[in-house]
Write a protein of this length. Sequence first.
Length: 327
Amino acid sequence: MEMIQRGQGYILQEISMQHQVSQRVMTREEYFEQLELDFRYARNVNDRRLAGENIPEFDVRSRPYDSALRYSPHARDEDFVYLRKWLKPQPGEVGADFAAGTGLITFPTAEVTGATTYAIDPSKGQLEMLERERDSRGASAANVVPIHVFPDSKTFFEEIEDKYDLDLEGQLDYITSYGGIHHSMDQLTLFSNGLRMLRPGGRIVVADVGMGTSLARYFDNFVSPNCLTGHVGNWLSRKRLHQLSQELPMKVTRVKLEPVTWHFEDILETSNFLKGLHCDDRSSLRQISDGVEKYLKYKHEPRIHDISMNWHMLFSKMVKTEGRVAV
């Protein structure tokens, strides 16, 4: 590992691509085969969803998404590096990860704190994968507790109490969310639920796609028309966060677009990864590569022998202030 300076921060990078390849769960050929099975499953589930079944979007996309992360397990290493810099998690702190998915942020945060970390997500399929990962990690991940509920549900606390016999009001030190809040069309309720979970002075750290950024344009113009389920993004902005803070007992202390990059062995790996991650069963690998080049750009990193792709995320930090959260 080496510390590489970018701007005013330092970002951990893998120097050896051989190390990255050795950590893969599947080869490129195995990934192709698995993705074909995953897409077949996703199409069947999506057909049921379109026919009227109440199936969350990520229950359709969960299998190709998980396969992509297993195919390129180090591509998103910077995500947690930045998240940790913003959150500064401390040993013993209890927290929750909203839209936890399969635990990309949940597990490393829980490892740092060593305390109970609630993985909250509306997708049963993704939480099942998170549970399998937790069990495979053994005692080091035993503090991760999955909770199947929509973070923006108006009956959020009642559902948690009924399903899990837990009262989480005023019990947490922090809440994180990485790349998930844009899926919520009721962010006021989502933030309200999060604030009710926090102790006085507790903090929320969110990283998401920023309104008007190149990443938002990539999602709107390329991902949305090609993703099997479509992709509607309720993007965050500094203005939107401050509007929410006017209606809720929270103070926005910092907002910044961070230059997160994802790392790959080559451009082909990038296209393969995004095809699964975004459940894109329509685009060719060349079309995906062209979409990235048009909206996000690639960069060759000769010091670490890889290709990086810009994935700049809007980070924000909020602190719970005095006042009652509306129920």
